[in-house]
Structure formats: structure tokens, C-alpha cells
Design a protein around this ligand. Structure first.
Ligand SMILES: [Zn+2]
Length: 92
């Protein structure tokens, strides 16, 4: 099952001017940007066209995968309740 789809933001649209293929990786400036770059799925990008600079995530959740994920969470919650019920009813 594939929940997370990795994508390359270089091929996605610029958030500011909506042009495609103008984004390129930008160097992190300062501690905060380095932190975000290292520990999150967001990377810094810069638009060659309009000069926009900001974060783009490198991983996206598809609508289909979100539904699957919701089902998995629901199942986990339900089985948690059942286990909890069984333990309380039969063990204590
Ligand atoms: Zn742009």
C-alpha cells in the first residue's frame, strides 16, 4: 500500500506566478531554514521566473491514500475499543 507519494517540487507550479518548471532548490539561510530543511518534508525552493522563495513539500498524500489512511485509523480505533472492552470485561 502506498500512502505517501514522493514528488519532485521542481516539476510543480510556482505558488506565486503559477509557471511550471521554474523552481529550483534554494540554499537554506539561517538556523531555522536549515532546521526545516533537515527535519521536515519541506524543502526550500526559488522561482527563476518571479523570484518567489518558499517551502514546498516533497511528499504528498493522495485523496485515495487519505481514504485508505482514514479506514486504517478507524479500524485501529475500533479494535482498540474492542480490546479495551474485552480486557475490562474478562480480565479485571
Ligand atoms: Zn514564480
Amino acid at each position: 500500500m502506498k500512502v505517501l507519494i514522493q514528488r519532485n517540487p521542481i516539476f510543480s507550479k510556482c505558488s506565486s506566478c503559477n509557471s511550471v518548471g521554474t523552481l529550483h532548490k534554494s540554499r537554506a539561510r539561517g538556523a531555522w531554514e536549515q532546521f526545516v530543511k533537515k527535519f521536515t518534508i519541506f524543502k526550500l525552493y526559488r522561482c527563476k521566473n518571479c523570484g518567489w522563495r518558499g517551502y514546498k513539500s516533497t511528499i504528498i498524500l493522495t485523496t485515495e491514500s487519505l481514504e485508505t489512511l482514514a479506514i486504517y485509523i478507524a479500524l485501529a480505533v475500533v479494535s482498540g475499543f474492542i480490546i479495551n472492552f474485552v480486557i475490562k470485561r474478562f480480565i479485571s
